[in-house]
Design a protein around this ligand. Sequence first.
Ligand SMILES: Cc1cc2nc3c(=O)[nH]c(=O)nc-3n(C[C@H](O)[C@H](O)[C@H](O)COP(=O)(O)OP(=O)(O)OC[C@H]3O[C@@H](n4cnc5c(N)ncnc54)[C@H](O)[C@@H]3O)c2cc1C
Length: 458
Amino acid sequence: MTRASQANTEATLSGWGNVPVPGHERLTERIDRASEGAVLSRGLGRSYGDSSLPPPDRREVLGTRLADRILGFDPQSGVMRAEAGLSLVEINRLMLRRGWFPPVTPGTQYVTLGGMVAADVHGKGHHSAGCFGSGHVRNLKLRLADGRIVECSREVEADLFRATVGGMGLTGHILEVEFAMRSIPSPWIWSESRRCGDIDEFIETIEEVHSTWPYGVGWIDCLSRGRNMGRGILDYGRWATAEEAAGKPLPNRPGIPIPFMMPGWLLGPLSVRAFNTLYYHQHVARHRRHGLRHPASFFYPLDTFLNWNRLYGRRGFTQYQCVLPKSAGRGAARTFLELLTSKGGASFLCVIKDTGPEGLGLLSFPKRGISIALDIAVRDDTQQLVDTLNELVISLGGRIYLAKDGFTRPEHYRAMEPRLDEFLQIRRRFDPEFRLRSAQSVRVLGDPARLVGEDETA
Ligand SMILES: Cc1cc2nc3c(=O)[nH]c(=O)nc-3n(C[C@H](O)[C@H](O)[C@H](O)COP(=O)(O)OP(=O)(O)OC[C@H]3O[C@@H](n4cnc5c(N)ncnc54)[C@H](O)[C@@H]3O)c2cc1C
C-alpha cells in the first residue's frame, strides 16, 4: 500500500499543499518536555510540501503551536524572547498598534517563530532586511537529538546556529527564540504600484524601486507569451509616517473561511487565464499611488481567505520557488518563464521578488538575484514539470526553497546546493543516528526511511 492510499484509513497530516501522509501531531504547551525523543517539530504547517511531515517509519510529530508564551520584551531595544510556537498573527495582534513589527515577515502571518527560524524565512524586504534567522535572531534554545538542551547564537555554538537557521528542523527542536522587533512610525503602510509590460521591464523596475523602497513584490501573469511575456504589477511600500497616518485607527481584518475542499478544475488553465487578464488590466494607469494601506492587505493578501489551499481540490498543489542568481544575467527570468509556459505550467499565483545577498544559514534559500514562486496544481506530470524546471535552475546556478518543495529529487538538490556537505557534517556531529528526520529529509537528503530497532508506528 502506498503512503497516499494508507491515508484513506488512518489520521493524516499534510503541508499547506494538502498532499496527505499518515500521521498526527502531538500538541502540547510543554515542548521543553515533549520534545525529548520526538522525531520532528511542526508549527502551523504552512510549509507547502513535506518539510513538517514525519518520515515513513514514524507517525507522530510534535505540534508546537500551543507553546506560545512571550517570555520577555524590552521596549527600549525591541528584543523579544518567546516560545517557538508563538505565531506571527499573535505577535502582530499584540505589537503592531504598540509601534513594533517583526523585522522580516513571510507572505502569511499564520506561521510560528520556530517555523520562521527553521525555514529562515524572507519577506518582501529581503533586499533591505535579509532573512529572519540569518539577520535578526540573536539566540535559540534547542533540544538536541541526544536529549540535551542548549543555547546557540552567532557567538555560542556558532556551527549549530548556522545549521539550525534554515535547517528545516533537522538539527534540534527549537524551544525558544530571541530576536529584535523593529520600531515603526505608524501601523499603516504607504504603498504604490506600477504596471510592467514584460519581464525585462519588470526586473528593471524592481531594481530601481528597491534602491529606495524597503518592501516590494511583483505579481506576474505567467500565461502571457511573446512580447507580453512576464507582464505584471509591482507593489512596493514603506511604513507611513505618523503625519501620513494622522492617528487613523487600524481596523481588524478577520479572514474569510473557505469552508470545504473545492473541485480540482476550479483553478484550471481557463480560470487562471481569465483571472490573470482581469487582474493585469484592472491596474488601468501605468503608475498608481495607493497612499495608506492596511499592513494585512500589503503583507498578507492571501490571508484574506483562510484555508485558500482548499481551492486546489483533493489532489492538492505544490509551490515551485526558485532563485535565479544575478550572475545568470537579466535574461534568466525570461528563459525560465518561456520554459514554464512551453510546459503548460499555468499558475494562478506567480510572485517575483528581488533577493539580496545570501545569509549565514547553511541551507537558507535566498541569494542575490530574482526569486520566482508559482503554485502548481498536482497532476500526473507534476514530477516531470518540476524536474524540467530544476534542470534549468541548476544550469543557471540557482536553487529551490525547501519550505515550498514536495518534488525535488536528491540529485537535483545536491547539484543546487554547494553548502549541503557542510550542513550535513554539522548535523551529523549533533545527530549521528538520524534521530531527527522528516518526510522531506528522507526524500531530498537521503536520510534513512527506517531506523533499525525503531517502532514502526511510533
Ligand atoms: C501563503 C503563504 C505565503 C508564504 N510566504 C512566504 C514568504 O514570503 N517567504 C518565506 O520565506 N516563506 C513563505 N511561506 C512559507 C512559510 O513561511 C514557511 O514554510 C514557514 O516555515 C512556515 O512556518 P510554520 O510555523 O507553519 O512551520 P511548519 O510548516 O509547521 O514547519 C516548517 C519547517 O519548520 C520546522 N519547524 C517548525 N517548528 C519548529 C521548531 N519549533 N523547531 C524545529 N523545527 C521547527 C518543521 O520541522 C519544518 O521543517 C509562505 C507560506 C504560505 C502558506
